[in-house]
Ligand binder design. Sequence first.
Ligand code: ATR
Length: 295
Amino acid sequence: MNNAIRRACVIGWPIEHSRSPMIHGYWLKQHGIAGEYGKRAVRAEELEDFLLNLPAHGLVGCNITVPHKERAFDIIRRANPAGLSAQAKALGAVNTVWLDEEGRLNADNTDVYGFMAHFLETVRAQRPDWQAPGRHVVIIGAGGAARAVLAGFAQEGVARITIANRTYEKAERLAEELSGLGEASLHAAPLDALPELLAQADVLVNTTSLGMTGQPPLEVDISPLPEHAVVADIVYVPLKTALLERAERRGLITVDGLGMLLHQAVPGFEKWFGVRPEVTDELRALVEADITRGH
Ligand code: ATR
């Protein structure tokens, strides 16, 4: 069976616009691996059957995207609780699934790694001594992406995280739920508290889909941010969002959303195909061109 083709894919609903096949396809070719990585549209009601029968679908594993990350976590917790990584358990959501040698389901959440790896790489390329301890991070949004970004900064050791959200109660719930991660004190705030918050922020991250092509703009005045602040956006269509453009114009360090997408793919590829791949400039350019073409 050693020369059998190993197959993985990304599942979600809808799935047409996923760029994961492009990323993994690039690495398979680069490493000359006899593998395949596709995409499959899987409905919520098909998810359990799909995950519990990966070999029948010819798969060694898969990525899971919106809207299945939380349900997939529940399914795997019931099937093989020992197969969940600490990160998956901390977030209650998974995006990367693989079968171990005994054929048991294992799962991880690599969004946290993906976001932090890209954030730290980008910031330290411009400010090599940047450290998380002591920092105040302001996160806009309280959904699944906010959860991953919050976990990343908490585990990295920041001092304080404030979640600013349209629905204040949702921010409060998130702060309560994730209060056990790291030393950070977690706070909730309404969006109209942003001007005051930004004046004391070291990092601002947009985790909502506002500012994405086809969505309403994110209307945040970033002028109160101090000069040393870093601004990150998880939106990557367009690559340079209006938020990042405004930050750049002010001379602040900016972190785009594409890096998270590229870096979160690394651990999955390693699990399925046995090689730890690199996020190269060439790969980034390939995906960037695809985004610019508007596919
Ligand atoms: P995901 O899981 O992808 O992060 P989500 O759970 O739908 O997505 O969360 C989207 C986030 O964007 C939420 O914090 C949402 O605010 P609410 O909790 O008040 O719904 C925020 N959001 C979406 N549209 C918004 C808008 N027009 N103005 C302000 N916030 C918005």
